[in-house]
Design a protein around this ligand. Structure first.
Ligand code: FAD
Length: 555
């Protein structure tokens, strides 16, 4: 850390794991003491580089986006993408050193002889994204493609690619991607017209995919129409598209060009023309879209984790700056107006963390077969994707302002985080589409009541008795609102419903975390503030709410 004589705070060199006062205890709460003790050194190791080496690589990769090499020097067509050496160093950290794409699938990551639960993967990602957002796309694509392939692909197909998809050697690794969107078909996936033809015992895909992130991935999941007579998502099948054919020749598709993006500039997104490209069918022919939603939902959750991690970086920087920089002969943090700004950032940042860590916990239980967890996780996914990915846009803008003029300058991470923060609410489903997905998930079966009962059960727990009454009344209030509004699939209130359910749930999880340890007890106060400002909407932040002790606790 540099405390400069010119009053310009620079947190470089501070361990990002240690400076976050809650992370260790929260990880311990969600993954259990025994496992936490075994993996904590990885968090310390990562924390050590996030604010220094990784940040430098991320800033460099952001300024040096990948380039498409359409032809070799002897004129051969190629689909190669030239990545900047600093991005390759980032890839090595993610895929090799921290094994983030492998740890949910293999038993040997970190030498622990066990598959690591989602909370470890998402906890490390939460820390990693505090400097580098771009790599999280190829990471999530590779990890979730492996999961979807294992779930629905036939045994031989899984066996063929499993080792490479989960390799911790970048030269041997197969990365993943997902190609759905077409020029006329983004939100409206059911209008996809890439066509799949079965000839001589194999499938061949022809079509134009308009947004393809990680386009030079070795394997991509692709949705294509297997029968032109069946319209909508019912006529879509899921295919696995290899970059190379069995004989080593390139597959028949062309990366037309790369997108010039606002954010996520370190990794490539492109357009792909499939010219009778060979592909393997995954799972059932007429369940392509249903199967693909597994990969989409994993990616949506990963986007929520990224949003939460970026918010945490913004919050930590803002706290650090406020506690270090002076104006008007005072530390910024001693100015009441600044305290109010910090408090507003703090409550939504911490709400997001409770939501993503709880979702990771539920995913673990869901994958072990717990039906209620499967249903709760299904609903939590759009809640998080919607709200956290919108809140990060605000927090990133506010954090930029707290650094003052320097927040606008590219030497610092703020402009990059601001640009990156806007992607989460667009891809993998825009905010409208995601909020409609919440409605769909709530209306399916008896899920709305299952979710309500889950929240009530969480509250009716002896250890949080003193909060029981007002939490139960908040649950009643929110569900009365939802039940009065949830009329049809295209309800115009779907965004309010999603937000209120998100904040209500976060308030309950925050209280439970606060109850776990004295170190986390401040989270009870955050929960109260969330309920006040986000559920009881008529009450603005007042002077009395500015809890300096709460802010100080996090510095
Ligand atoms: C950088 C980047 C990378 C991407 N990578 C990939 C990738 O790897 N693979 C992939 O398949 N796709 C990818 N996408 C595509 C992305 O998922 C789509 O752009 C997104 O889903 C929106 O689709 P669209 O662009 O066609 O917009 P549209 O679907 O046309 O939406 C336009 C607007 O209409 C609204 N809208 C649509 N339907 C409704 C409705 N029913 N009710 C209310 N409002 C509605 C939307 O919310 C949006 O505001 C990427 C996009 C970006 C920006």
């Amino acid at each position: 850390m540099v405390i400069s004589s010119n009053n310009i705070p620079d947190s470089k060199g501070i361990n990002s794991y240690y400076r976050d006062k809650s992370l260790a205890k929260l990880l311990e709460y969600y993954c259990g003491k025994e496992l936490f003790e075994k993996v904590e050194n990885k968090f310390i190791e990562l924390g050590e580089i996030v604010g220094s080496e990784l940040e430098e690589l991320a800033l460099s990769a952001d300024k040096n986006p990948p380039k498409l090499k359409k032809r070799s020097r002897v004129g051969a067509l190629s689909n190669d993408i030239e990545k900047h050496p600093d991005f390759i160093k980032i890839e090595k950290l993610v895929f090799e050193k921290f094994g983030l794409a492998a740890m949910s699938h293999r038993h040997d990551v970190f030498g622990l002889q066990q598959k690591l639960p989602p909370i470890i993967k998402y906890g490390l990602t939460f820390l990693f994204v505090q400097s580098e957002f771009g790599i999280c796309c190829p990471l999530s694509m590779t990890d979730s493609l492996t999961r979807t392939l294992k779930k629905f692909g036939d045994e031989k197909l899984v066996e063929k690619f499993f080792d490479q998809l989960t390799s911790q050697d970048l030269d041997y690794l197969f990365q993943g991607a997902m190609f759905m969107t077409e020029q006329h078909a983004g939100s409206d996936v059911g209008s996809i017209d890439t066509f799949a033809k079965f000839e001589d015992g194999s499938w061949f895909l022809t079509g134009d995919k308009w947004f393809c992130s990680n386009p030079d991935a070795d394997l991509a999941m692709v949705l294509a129409r297997h029968n032109k007579k069946i319209s909508g998502t019912k006529g879509l099948a899921l295919f696995l598209l290899p970059k190379k054919l069995e004989n080593g020749d390139p597959n028949n598709y062309e990366i037309i060009r790369l997108k010039d993006k606002l954010g996520g500039r370190s990794f490539a997104s492109g357009e792909i023309k499939l010219n009778r490209a060979f592909a393997y069918l995954v799972g059932n022919l007429d369940e392509g879209f249903k199967q693909m939603t597994d990969m989409i939902n994993m990616s949506r959750l990963s986007n929520g984790v990224r949003a939460s991690g970026m918010m945490q970086r913004c919050l930590q920087e803002s706290l650090f700056i406020s506690n270090t920089r002076n104006a008007f002969n005072k530390k910024l943090i001693d100015l009441p107006l600044m305290q109010k700004q910090l408090l507003k950032m703090l409550i939504i940042t911490e709400a997001s963390r409770s939501m993503v860590f709880k979702a990771a916990d539920l995913l673990d239980k869901a994958d072990k077969g717990d039906i209620v967890s499967q249903k709760i996780f299904r609903i939590m996914t759009p809640l998080i994707k919607f709200r956290a990915c919108r809140d990060v846009r605000k927090v990133a803008g506010d954090a930029m302002e707290i650094r003052g003029g320097l927040g606008y300058i590219e030497d610092w991470l703020d402009p990059k985080i601001l640009r990156d923060s806007h992607l989460g609410s667009i891809w993998e489903g825009t905010s409208n589409i995601i909020s409609l997905d919440t409605i769909r998930a709530l209306k399916k079966d008896n899920n709305i009541h299952i979710f309500k009962n889950f929240l009530i059960d969480s509250v009716k727990n002896n250890s949080i008795k003193k909060h029981e009454k007002y939490l139960l009344s908040a649950i009643e209030k929110v569900f009365n609102f939802i039940e009065s509004e949830i009329k049809d699939d295209f309800t115009s209130s779907s965004r309010q419903i999603t937000s209120s359910l998100y904040y209500l749930s976060s308030a309950i999880f925050l209280i439970k975390e606060g109850d776990y340890s004295e170190d986390l007890s401040y989270r009870t106060k955050i929960s109260e503030l969330i309920l006040k400002y986000k559920i009881d909407k008529n009450s603005p932040i007042t002077r009395d709410d500015i809890d300096f002790a709460l802010i100080k606790e996090l510095i």
